[in-house]
Design a protein around this ligand. Structure first.
Ligand code: KMH
Ligand code: ZN
Length: 313
C-alpha cells in the first residue's frame, strides 16, 4: 500500500497588517507602491497567498479605504498569480462596516475572518520607542489594551453571507484560541460556513492562546475531531515564535504564515529586511524538511477558490 502523498504546504505572507507601525521597522510596507513591490517579491520567493491590509500612504496609519486597496490590488494581480487575501479584520479600532468596505468592492477569492471577539493587545511594544515618526503611533499602540476586537456571531454570519454566499469569497478562518474552533464548527454545522475550511491557528497574540507548542498539538487534535478531512490547517505565531511554530506546523502536515504583519524579525533581536526574507527563510526550512510548497493554482484547488478571473479588481 503506498503511503498517502503528504499534502503540500501553503505559504501565506501577510505583508503589512495593522499592528506594527512605521517607527517599528523601516521594512514595513506602507504606500501602495511598497505594498505592491513587497507582495511581488514575497510571491516570487514562494508565497502562494498574500494577505493584505491597507495603510494611509501619508503616515502609515491603517485605513479601510477601498480606494487605497484599489491602488495596489490590480497591480499585484497583473504581475503574479498569487491568491490575494483581503482582511476583514482591518484594525481593532475599525467598525465592521469599515472593515467590510474594501472586500465588498474587491470581491476577492479569499478573505480573513476572525472567529471571536477578543482582546488583541500590543501595547507592550510602546515602551521600546523613545520617539515616533508620526503623532498617531504612540496612542494607537498604547490604546490597544483598552479596545475590544469585536467579532460577534452576528458579525461573523454577516461576513459569511455577504462575502461568502453573495460574492463567492472563501475564508482564512483566524482562530486565536480553542473556542474559536468550536465557533467555526457552529457555523459549519448550520451550513453557513462551507468546507473545505482554511483554518489559521494563531499563537502568541496577547489576548489569544499562548505560544506553547502543546497548544498547537491540542488545537490540531481539536480541529481533527471537529472537521475531520474537511480542513486545511495553517499556523501563524507572533513575533519570535513565528519561525519555530511555522516549522512545527510543517512537520505536522500543516501550512505556514509569515510576514511583517505578524513579526518584524528574522531572528533573535534582528529585524527582518523584508517580507521576502521571511518567505525565503521558511521556504528553506520546508525544503530542508522535504516538504513541497503548493503553487497558487494548487491552493485554489485545495481551498475551492473561485479563480482570479472572478474578482472585482
Ligand atoms: N493580525 C493577525 C494576527 C485579519 O487580518 O483579519 C490576524 C489577521 C486578522 O490577519
Ligand atoms: Zn491581517
Amino acid at each position: 500500500m503506498t503511503a498517502s502523498r503528504p499534502r503540500k504546504a501553503i505559504i501565506t505572507c501577510a505583508v503589512t497588517g495593522a499592528v506594527h507601525t512605521p517607527t517599528m521597522s523601516p521594512a514595513l510596507p506602507v504606500t501602495p507602491e511598497e505594498i505592491v513591490q513587497s507582495s511581488l517579491a514575497a510571491a516570487a520567493a514562494g508565497a502562494s497567498v498574500i494577505h493584505l491590509h491597507a495603510r494611509d500612504p501619508r503616515d502609515g496609519r491603517p485605513t479601510p479605504d477601498p480606494q487605497v486597496f484599489m491602488q495596489f490590488l490590480p497591480r499585484i494581480k497583473e504581475q503574479c498569480d498569487a491568491v490575494l487575501n483581503i482582511t476583514t479584520g482591518g484594525s481593532t479600532r475599525m467598525t465592521l462596516d469599515e472593515r467590510l468596505a474594501a472586500p465588498l468592492v474587491a470581491k476577492p477569492e479569499l478573505c480573513s475572518l476572525n472567529l471571536g471577539s477578543m482582546n488583541f493587545v500590543f501595547s507592550q511594544m510602546a515602551g521600546k520607542y523613545d520617539s515616533w515618526k508620526h503623532e498617531w503611533e504612540k496612542s494607537y499602540v498604547e490604546g490597544s489594551e483598552d479596545v475590544i476586537f469585536r467579532n460577534t456571531f452576528r458579525d461573523i454570519e454577516r461576513i459569511l453571507r455577504l462575502l461568502g454566499h453573495e460574492h463567492g469569497a472563501r475564508f482564512e478562518f483566524e482562530c486565536y484560541d480553542v473556542g474559536h474552533l468550536y465557533a467555526l464548527a457552529d457555523f459549519a454545522n448550520r451550513g453557513i460556513a462551507k468546507p473545505p475550511f482554511f483554518v489559521q491557528m494563531i499563537f502568541g497574540v496577547r489576548g489569544g492562546i499562548g505560544a506553547d507548542p502543546a497548544h498547537l498539538t491540542h488545537m490540531k487534535w481539536t480541529a481533527d475531531r471537529l472537521f475531520g478531512q474537511d480542513y486545511v490547517f495553517s499556523v501563524m505565531a507572533a513575533g519570535r515564535h513565528q519561525m519555530p511554530f511555522a516549522t512545527q506546523s510543517a512537520t505536522m502536515g500543516g501550512s505556514v504564515r509569515v510576514g511583517l504583519e505578524d513579526s518584524l524579525f528574522i531572528g533573535r533581536r534582528t529585524l527582518a529586511e523584508s517580507n521576502e526574507q521571511q518567505v525565503r527563510k521558511i521556504r528553506t526550512l520546508l525544503d530542508e524538511l522535504g516538504i513541497e510548497v503548493a503553487t497558487p493554482n494548487e491552493v485554489r484547488d485545495m481551498l475551492a477558490l473561485k479563480g482570479a478571473a472572478n474578482v472585482g479588481f
